[in-house]
Design a protein around this ligand. Sequence first.
Ligand SMILES: [Mg+2]
Ligand SMILES: [Zn+2]
Length: 217
Amino acid sequence: MAIKIFCDFDGTITEGDNIVTLIKQFASPSAKVLTSDVLSGKISIREGVEKMFSTIPSSKKEEMTKFVTESTKIRDGFQDFIQFVKQSDYDLKVVSGGLDFFVHPILADYLPSSDVLCNRTDFSSENVIIHWDHSCDEHCSNDCGMCKPSVMRKFSSSDDFIIVIGDSITDLQIAKEANLIFARDFLIEKCEELSLPYIPFTNFHDIQTALNKEVLV
Ligand SMILES: [Mg+2]
Ligand SMILES: [Zn+2]
């Protein structure tokens, strides 16, 4: 048995949600209505994100990259947590619905890019195109775009102990399959609603403390 941690990026490792911030700042006003359609489940996350980014000209690449990397704040304790995970021989994958042009640079100081799974951004056309390199496998029909449960299945086996860390609706499907959930914000509401047991956290020190107590091996 191995301990595998699948950790969200936006709103979990970072304090704010970069996708939401980028859309607010760069997408056309007509795209903003799509945000509520995604949250209400009217359209899939894939469709919503794709449509919102398709209103942004590719020429904004530099500006968007600068905007995100300068405004992002990493949640407290993440650096220590990375050390702790290494020492404990846990396997950590960052599973993000975010986009490579900001996820990879922000995480470059923390872990190898092969442990970071996210979406690919194509700036070669007039407007931004998103490529979903981790889409739903045959066990998922949610049209996730970035399919976190599919990534989990790819990188784990049935006897692994699965830990999921997340903050939002996009973490719900993978959280349902975890042995242990760390939740904040909207994911807490969802866990309550569905009676999924979870441990709340505000920073990565909380998670490290809890893991030292609860886990294992
Ligand atoms: Mg998130
Ligand atoms: Zn899926």
